[in-house]
Every structure is written in C-alpha cells, then in structure tokens.
Design a protein around this ligand. Structure first.
Ligand code: GLU
Length: 440
C-alpha cells in the first residue's frame, strides 16, 4: 500500500495579525512623521517631492529548488529611498509579513537614521516574504544567493550596501558577499554588505551595536530626566539580535530586566530575568518557548500586555505598529527606547506625548547598528581592522553627538524627540540634495 506523503507547511505562510493591533500602513505612518517635521522647517513642495518618496523600487520573483525537488517561487524586494548623502544603506528582512509598503517605510527610516547620526550614507531596505524557520540550511542559502543574484546590478560598495535585519544574520551576509564577489570574477569584495562574520571582513562590535547604541541613548536620557539606571526596571519586546543584547547590556548598567518576549510568548520575573539564562535557552530551543519552567519565571497570558507593565524603561525590539492608538494610553513606562523600526504609530506618539513619556525614536535609538555597519564598510575599504575599543569609542561619540543634537532641537522647537530627529535629518538630506542640484 502506498503511504501518503505528509504535506509540508508552506514556507510563505500568511500570519494573522496579532489581535488588538490595527493594521496600519507603515509607510503612511512614516509620511506623517515626515510631514510633522517638514511643516516646522517649512520645506518647499519641490523639496518634499524630492526627499519623501523612494528613489527606486524593485520587486523580484525568486524561484528556489527545495530539498524535496519542488520549486517554490518566493517574492523579494529592494527599495532605495535616497542616495543624496551616500550609497543606499539598510538591511534585508526575511519574514512572512514582508510587504512592499513595509520595505518602503523601512528604507525611508534608513535615510533619516543615517542622516541623524551623520554617517555618509543614504537609505535602502530589502525583504523576502518567507518564514525562514521552515527552510533547511541549504534552502536558506539558495534563497539568499538567488535574492542577491537577481538584484546584483542594484548592489555595490558605492551603490547600495545591505546588512542584517529581522531573521537575517552574518551567515546570510556571507552568502550575499560571496554571490557578489563570484559575479565579479572572484574578486574579494567585502564592502558590498555589512554585518558579515569576523572571519571574512566583519567588524568587532557589530553584533551588539544596535543595543549598545540604545544603551548610550538611554544613559543620556536618564541623565536628562534624573532617572537612576541602577535598579531601573526594564521590559523588552523581542529577543532577537537587538532585544537579547539589550537585556545583557542594560543589566550591566544595573537595570533589572523584569520581562522579555519573542514569537513564543512573554515571560516575567519580579526579581529580574538573567539574560544569560534566556540567551542560553534560545540557543538550545531556538525560541523562548518553555522559559516559564525556569524558577521564578511566569508566562503572560497575553504577550501584548508586556508593553503595559509598570516599568521604568520599555524597549520595543520586534516589529512595527506595536504601540498604537489602542494601547498607548495604558503604557506606564517613563522611557520608551525604540530598538525596533516603527514600533509606535503617530496616534500612539500623540498619546505618549500627552502622558509625558520620553520616547527615544528609532531613527536615533537603534542607529548604533548602522553606525557600526559604516565602520565595517570603512575598515573593508582600508583593509585595516580596528580593536573593539576603537569601534566602541567611535560608536559612543556618534550616538552621544546625535542624541545631544536631537534633544537640543526638541527643546528649541518644543517638539518630541521624533520630530526633532526628523528636523535634523531632513535638513541634512535637503542640503545634500541642494548641493548636488537634485532639485532641478
Ligand atoms: N537593519 C538595521 C537597521 O534597521 C541595520 C542596517 C545596516 O546596518 O545597514 O538599522
């Protein structure tokens, strides 16, 4: 009797929206943020037309041979938002919820993130609609190489330089870099991507850079607000690269990590979670599933309630649109430090402002990642690699300078930090465009 073959779950599942979250267009939200600042600095309609919209949008079909011999056609995007200040820069995301709207918003935020921290790069972002946990390593490699090969003409050290984002990592960057190098006759061309493994041109300090940059911002914010970090309570949504390093580094600052979460759920411990135990758990089990079996740890029935815990510092380190008009009124944190891109909608921003919550916006707070990507790119082009201390010092200088400039601008115009960061960065992008004559 022939045995029926078990149907394999699709690698591109449609994930239902988390209950309670209003489906919002991330790009529309980004435009609202832009418009708020553009109004204050009185941008002309020509300037708005040149700066706000993406420069180039590419959508590709990515056929990949699966292990069972079948072919699955994935869909991938790359958006170059702006290149006035330097090559397009920004990660590539592998996630089932990737959409063109999302990639446009993420590319947009990269333009203003790079300008806020003053690195000579523009904005770009890529994405593939896929659940990478449903792929074998071989399938993931073939998909990564196909993505890069399909768009090879877009990329280059002076053109467009990708990096890791949600669900992509140094190994994926290594495949990107190899695909590009082989396409160019086997030359060693590491500067085409950042976030690579150290062995092939990565930079020390890159993997912890996003969280480290956030810590520099939080330290500045705490000093401004008169908040002591020693014993300050923290809740972190998302336990990927940014979230897990955030837990580790904030604990080193004396904070108590009372809640963490990932796709498998949210977990609390009133005396504080040991980040090393949580990281070891994820290394072993892939996610935090089952973490409540650790002594003292409890599981929240509704993971979204993590955002509403009575903590000093809340770190959204997952996806967009998490704090919305619906739940912002219930946020109790004094400081929201955005490690994720776009976690607060404009409606949420208005509510948080009224509640006097100090929001450190994504384009400042999580810019440490791209800052060290820039340092990696510089080292690749020199062929000379720095010590960790040098990278850390440069990162601290970039973050502190950016934070001080944004805070000063916020106080000057009496606006929240997000609008201030857009004022600073839009002015820089506009000036670069003007100098290059791009208004013509
Ligand atoms: N994906 C990260 C971000 O959203 C890093 C981008 C980069 O290093 O280019 O900022």
């Amino acid at each position: 009797m022939a045995t029926k073959k078990k149907k394999r779950p699709s690698p591109t599942p449609k994930v239902p929206l988390t209950e309670g979250i209003t489906p919002a267009s991330a790009f529309d939200n980004a435009l609202v943020q832009f418009n708020r600042a553009a109004k204050i600095i009185k941008l002309t309609p020509d300037q708005v037309a040149v700066i706000r919209e993406p420069r180039r949008i590419v959508e590709c079909k990515l056929p990949v041979r699966m292990d069972d011999g079948s072919i699955h056609a994935f869909k991938g995007y790359r958006v170059q938002h702006n290149i006035a200040r330097g090559p397009a820069k920004g990660g590539v995301r592998f996630h089932p919820d990737v959409s063109l709207d999302e990639v446009k918003a993420l590319a947009f935020w990269m333009t203003f993130k790079c300008a806020t921290i003053g690195i000579p790069m523009g904005g770009g972002k890529g994405g593939v609609i896929v659940d990478p946990t449903r792929l074998s390593k071989g399938e993931l490699e073939r998909l990564s190489r196909r993505y890069f090969a399909e768009m090879i003409e877009l990329f280059g050290p002076d053109r467009d330089v990708p990096a890791p984002d949600v669900n992509t990592n140094p190994q994926v960057m290594a495949w990107f870099m190899d695909t590009y190098s082989m396409h160019h006759g086997g030359d060693y061309l590491p500067a085409v991507v950042t976030g690579k493994p150290l062995e092939i041109g990565g930079s020390v300090g890159r993997s912890s850079a996003t969280a480290q940059g956030m810590v520099f911002c939080v330290r500045r914010a705490a000093a401004h607000l008169g908040l002591s970090l020693s014993g300050a309570t923290v809740a972190i949504q998302g336990f990927g690269n940014a979230g897990s390093f955030a837990a580790k580094l904030l604990r080193e600052q004396g904070c108590k990590i009372v809640a963490i979460s990932d796709v498998s759920g949210a977990f609390t411990h009133k005396d504080g979670i040991d980040p090393d135990v949580a990281i070891a758990h994820v290394e072993k089990h892939k996610t935090l599933a089952g973490f409540h079996r650790v002594k003292g740890v409890e599981r929240l029935a509704d993971p979204m309630k993590l955002l509403e815990l009575p903590v000093d510092i809340l770190i959204p380190a997952a996806l967009e649109n998490q704090i919305t008009g619906k739940n912002a009124g219930r946020i109790k944190a004094k400081v929201v430090a955005e490690c994720a891109n776009g976690p607060c909608t404009p409606e949420a921003d208005d509510i948080l402002e009224k509640k006097r919550v100090f929001v450190i916006p994504d384009i400042l707070c999580n810019a440490g990642g791209v800052a060290v990507s820039y340092l990696e790119w510089v080292q690749n082009r020199m062929g000379y690699y720095w010590r960790y201390q040098r990278v850390l010092e440069d990162l601290e200088h970039m973050m502190n300078t950016a934070f001080d400039t944004v805070l000063k601008t916020a106080l000057q115009h009496d606006v929240p930090l997000r609008t201030a960061a857009f004022i600073v960065s839009i002015e820089r992008v506009a000036r670069a465009s003007e100098l290059r004559g791009l208004y013509a």
